[in-house]
Every structure is written in structure tokens, then in C-alpha cells.
Design a protein around this ligand. Structure first.
Ligand code: XIL
Length: 322
């Protein structure tokens, strides 16, 4: 019967969402959908540096603990996001004074304090997020300024020392539309792997749009899989209003275009080797929770559940992809 259908039951790989502890507590419908539909959870913001480590000697564990506990109690995988990023750098780090040894200690302590706390309960991590520019060069982040390009390798080593069982990912966006950046990402992860740095997977964010071609999306997934690493579609959402029409309204035509795009992404993902399918994660649950409208100041409907937590045509598109 239809009521027994769920993403976690009906798909042959894990299907998850980025989750907000605030919404889990304040909206029953949100929590119900999360409980029923997903078998993987990513922390949307709770583990980002300025939230979890707001001053040098203060860690704010409450939100991250809440999600880790929820995942454990409900049999869901918890994917930690993110140990290192050029954004969400707290003020105390931005103004930190010290030589490269002191910076290394700061980074190591941050990563190892978090990974050790959740050892055995957080199965996998986005270790480094968004280290590249669109042109394939490294971003000029505080980390590269203070530690040089090899800060990336060190992040992976620090995380691995703290939890040798955890699966470690490099996470970024643009694989499906930026071949230059994609090549840089694939060269980085392959280089790390060849050096024996503990890296296990590639996270492809895939904040995409209905008019991205199926061929470009499939190529991104295939080239990531060709590295032999695990592949996580880590932050999927499909915008229907990429040209920022402030007056756009949701229509049945948009709904079916979006459903087809979800289907084609799932189909391409389902075609890579099973052993490399870490899973697909959408970036939050419903159109009411998506970061896209706020980020781009426009109406949009990027997710498989509508603002009332009802399944959209995109939901069926996902199921139809396998
Ligand atoms: C976003 C969150 O969804 C927002 O709530 C927050 O205000 C900003 O960050 N790429 C990432 C995610 O790796 O961490 C970002 O999440 C979305 C883009």
C-alpha cells in the first residue's frame, strides 16, 4: 500500500536530508517526515565552526548532540558537515594571532575535539568544504593564508587520527557546470588518495536547476565515480527559478519538469557501482525550509516536499529514477 512507501524503504542506497534542530523541535510535520522518509541526516548548520566552536575555549554542543542522538535513536546515519570551510569562520579565529605552529594546533584541536566527541556515532564527515574557486584555483581562505595548500591534507589526517573508522569526504559544488573546477577537485582528491592521505569520498553538492542538462549532470556523477572513491550527492536541490523572477508562481508544468530532473539525477547516480553509492542527501526537507529563497531573495520551490510537508511530483521522480 502507498502509505508504506518511503524514500528510505524504496531506494537501493541511502537517502537523506540536511536537518535543522530548530525545525525538528518546532514543527511536528517536519520531524515526522524526517523520521519516516530518510535513513541519513546531515547537520545543516549545527557543526559549522562558528556555531559549534564560538570562542577559543567554548564548544556549543547542544544542537549537534541533539541531531546525533536523534540519528542514533532512530537508526539513521549521521553525516557531519563540516570540519573546515572558508565561511563560518568565528571572529576569534579571524583575529587569532600566531605562527604556523599555533595555527596548526588551532585547526587540529578544532577537528579532533569534534571528531573524538562523536567517534563511533558520526559515521562520516565533510572534512573540507569548498576549497576551490570557479577557475580551479584554491580560494584565498584564512586557512590557506596561514597554513598553505596542504592544510587540506592535514585536515584529513587530523580527522582520521581522531576516528580511524570514519569515512572522510571532500565536499564542493559546481561539478555539473564547471569543468575547470571539476578537474581541479578530481585532481585534488586523486592526489590525496595517491599520497596515502585518508580520504574516502567526494561530496558533490548539486545545488542545481531545472534547466541544467541531463548530460552535464550525468557527466559530473560519472567523473566523480571514476576516481574509485565513494560518491555522495550531498546537498541536492533543484531550483525552478534560477533567473530570479520575483513574481514567479509555482505551476504544474514546473512541478513536472522538476520531477523529471530529480529522476534523471537519481538514474545517473543509480548507474555508478553500488559499492561507491554513499547516498543522496537533499539540502533540507521542504520548500518552506530551503536556503535558496533567502540566499537569492526570490521565490523558489527546490525540494521534494511542499511547504505543508506533502510529497511533490519530485518525490515520485526520485522513486522513478531507480
Ligand atoms: C547553508 C545553510 O543551508 C543555510 O541555512 C546557512 O545560512 C548558510 O549555509 N553549501 C554548503 C552548505 O556547503 O553548508 C550551505 O548551507 C549551502 C551551500
Amino acid at each position: 500500500p502507498a502509505e508504506d512507501v518511503s524514500l528510505q524503504k524504496n531506494l537501493p542506497f541511502k537517502f537523506g536530508a540536511a536537518i535543522s534542530p530548530g525545525l525538528m523541535k518546532s514543527r511536528a510535520a517536519y520531524r515526522d517526515v524526517v523520521t519516516k522518509e530518510f535513513n541519513s541526516i546531515t547537520t545543516e548548520n549545527a557543526m559549522k565552526m562558528s556555531f559549534i566552536h564560538p570562542s577559543a575555549n567554548t564548544y556549543n554542543w547542544a544542537d549537534a548532540d541533539y541531531l546525533v542522538d536523534f540519528a542514533a535513536q532512530n537508526g539513521k546515519r549521521l553525516h557531519g558537515h563540516t570540519l573546515n570551510w572558508y565561511k563560518n569562520v568565528p571572529a576569534w579565529v579571524a583575529s587569532f594571532q600566531g605562527d604556523s605552529t599555533a595555527w596548526e594546533a588551532l585547526l587540529k584541536t578544532h577537528i579532533q575535539t569534534i571528531v573524538s566527541r562523536y567517534k563511533g556515532r558520526v559515521a562520516s564527515w565533510d572534512v573540507v568544504n569548498e576549497a576551490f574557486e570557479e577557475n580551479g584555483k584554491y580560494r584565498n581562505s584564512i586557512w590557506i593564508q596561514k597554513l598553505g595548500e596542504d592544510y587540506i591534507a592535514r585536515c584529513f589526517q587530523y580527522a582520521h587520527e581522531a576516528d580511524p573508522q570514519a569515512l572522510l569526504f571532500y565536499n564542493d559544488y559546481g561539478h555539473e557546470y564547471g569543468p575547470t573546477k571539476r578537474t581541479a577537485i578530481l585532481n585534488l582528491v586523486t592526489g590525496l588518495k595517491n599520497r596515502g592521505i585518508p580520504i574516502h569520498g567526494i561530496g558533490m553538492q548539486m545545488h542545481t536547476r531545472v534547466n541544467r542538462s541531463d548530460a552535464d549532470l550525468a557527466k559530473a556523477i560519472e567523473t566523480a565515480a571514476a576516481t574509485g572513491l565513494l560518491v555522495h550527492i550531498s546537498e541536492l536541490d533543484i531550483a525552478v527559478n534560477p533567473d530570479n523572477d520575483k513574481n514567479m508562481v509555482w505551476t504544474a508544468a514546473l512541478a513536472s519538469q522538476q520531477a523529471l530532473k530529480y529522476k534523471s539525477i537519481v538514474k545517473a547516480y543509480n548507474a555508478i557501482p553500488k559499492a561507491q553509492q554513499f547516498g543522496i542527501t537533499t539540502w533540507n526537507v521542504s520548500d518552506a525550509d530551503s536556503w535558496i529563497p533567502g540566499q537569492y531573495d526570490r521565490p523558489d520551490w527546490p525540494l521534494p516536499f511542499d511547504a505543508n510537508y506533502e510529497r511533490k511530483p519530485a518525490y515520485q521522480g526520485i522513486l522513478d529514477g531507480v
